[in-house]
Design a protein around this ligand. Structure first.
Ligand code: G
Ligand code: G
Ligand code: NA
Length: 252
């Protein structure tokens, strides 16, 4: 209850912040987008990560207000960035199960995009593999009927979605979990799984993103196997919004 009250107050007092972690396009060798990552600057406590408060936000229902704030904030930010980063720069947003379960999610999201002069290509919606598998045929209805949305399966590692799901849902991208990337290049099983997932992506015309890239050997492995985008501490930690343009436009 204390955390719930704190979250409610935090929303009113502007204690939330979005950090942005850039995505490197391996073929073009430049940053082409960024994932928005939520932080809560909780007074007298410090900076909290989503894992420390999203469960409570989900049970209390506050996740919807927080989710609305996140989507509005990142759209406003992206609209500003278009001048410095170009029209094609995109932002990835993480969605919770409760947001997906809203019957009118797609319509609401479209209105937020339009209010900031953006199209749906500008914001890529990340839904974790486990949420997607769990919501199949229920909550996913609204989002998957909206084929103008750019939908990515996040934290892919367990194979919870069948090939039939992957090919039949309007998914545009697979994001490989850092637990798979961590074993590259020497752990045989990780390497095989990553290669197989890249092949699945190619077969179904999906872009493949690797997260948690921490060293040059991992990057080289992923580049050689045809992975499309990389994200991780090797390239950049998540940074404050004000620091992103300098990072993206920095000469190599
Ligand atoms: O930044 P950090 O590594 O602590 O993020 C951990 C996880 O928190 C991410 O993988 C993501 O799934 C989740 N997350 C980050 N930002 C958001 C957000 O704005 N909304 C939701 N629902 N989840 C988020
Ligand atoms: O839910 P999702 O997997 O999108 O969350 C990504 C989280 O991983 C973020 O909270 C971010 O802080 C963290 N992260 C980002 N880059 C790296 C990395 O290179 N290694 C590890 N271990 N974590 C990372
Ligand atoms: Na994510």
């Amino acid at each position: 209850q204390e955390l719930t009250a704190g979250l409610k107050q935090g929303l009113l007092r502007g204690e939330f912040e979005l950090l942005y972690q850039p995505l490197l396009d391996l073929k073009r060798a430049r940053f082409v987008g960024a994932e928005a990552l939520l932080r809560w600057h909780r007074p007298t406590v410090g900076v909290l990560h989503p894992a420390q408060f999203l469960d409570v936000a989900e049970t209390s229902g506050l996740i919807l207000e927080i989710g609305d704030w996140v989507l509005d904030r990142l759209c406003a930010q992206l609209a500003q960035w278009r001048w410095v980063l170009g029209e094609d720069f995109f932002v990835c947003a993480n969605l919770s199960a409760a947001q997906l379960r809203r019957a009118d999610f797609a319509g609401r999201f479209r209105r937020v995009l339009h209010s900031h002069g953006l199209t749906s290509a500008a914001v890529r919606l990340e839904v974790s593999e486990s949420i997607m598998a769990q919501e199949l045929g229920r909550a996913l209805g609204d989002v998957t009927a909206a084929t103008d949305m750019y939908l990515a399966v996040d934290d892919v590692s367990q194979g919870m979605l069948s090939l039939r799901n992957i090919s039949s849902l309007p998914i545009r991208s697979l994001k490989l979990d850092h637990s798979l990337v961590a074993g590259l290049p020497n752990d045989t099983l990780s390497a095989q799984l990553v290669e197989a997932l890249i092949a699945i992506g190619r077969t179904f015309g999906l872009s493949v993103v690797a997260e948690g890239v921490e060293n040059a050997e991992q990057l080289q492995f992923l580049r050689q196997r045809g992975c499309d985008y990389c994200q991780g501490f090797l390239l950049s930690a998540p940074v404050a919004a004000t620091d992103l343009p300098g990072l993206v436009n920095a000469p190599e």
